[in-house]
Design a protein around this ligand. Sequence first.
Ligand code: FES
Length: 265
Amino acid sequence: MISQFTSSVVSNQKLGEKIFKLTLSSPYISKRAKPGNFVHIKVGSTYSPLLRRAFSVHNVDKQKGSFEVLLKVVGRGTGILSEKSPGDILDLLGPIGKGFSLPQEGKTVMLVAGGMGIAPLWFLLNNLIGKTDKEKLLFFSGAKTEKELLYCENLKDLGANLMVTTDDGSFGTKGLITDLFLKEIKGRKNDSSKLMVYSCGPPEMLKRMSEISKGYDLSCQISLEGNMACGVGACWGCPVKLENGWYKRVCVDGPVFDAREVVLE
Ligand code: FES
């Protein structure tokens, strides 16, 4: 159930160029959030900026009653949030949305992250560790440059089989993460029914993931980012077109959709 409440900042950690991890106190979210859910945060105490900002739940700590969001400074709202200090109070709505469905036993699981798309997949990965055979867990992580790559060492420590690309070749294979993913899929095209794919990243990357999923009939769940206004399903300001010609709302019908179901422009 979506609730509105206040939450205090536990910590604010700079992870990279313009990238911050906010840890917020909330036993409510830490107990209820599932991978793929998001929270809608009011940036300040005035009417400017007016709209809340949506952030995927990045991880939870049920013992401490806290959760994390990952943010990149791209404008005024995220700039204000990046300057929050321990003890600051934020107004939140959450947890919101339909999250990822967990894979059936025996599936090979592939997580494909582009840039800040690692945010919900990190939470998902932490849920899968211990439940999925590590040999069958592959993590594809792509970013523009090495400076924007997150958690490479942590991913290896967790035991995920890690594949990395950067657009400029400063780390890992030079190129797009979707190209590396496609190469892997082509090598496994006879057992695509045994795969379960999860992805999040920038719009052009998810469009490509959707095309690949349709082409190889892959079971692939993608987490979309919409421009959200209300965030609770009331305004229809976040539509996504479906293959059947209908529309759904990213905020409450998603943000996770079957990549074969949506038409991404
Ligand atoms: Fe209002 Fe989705 S943001 S319906």
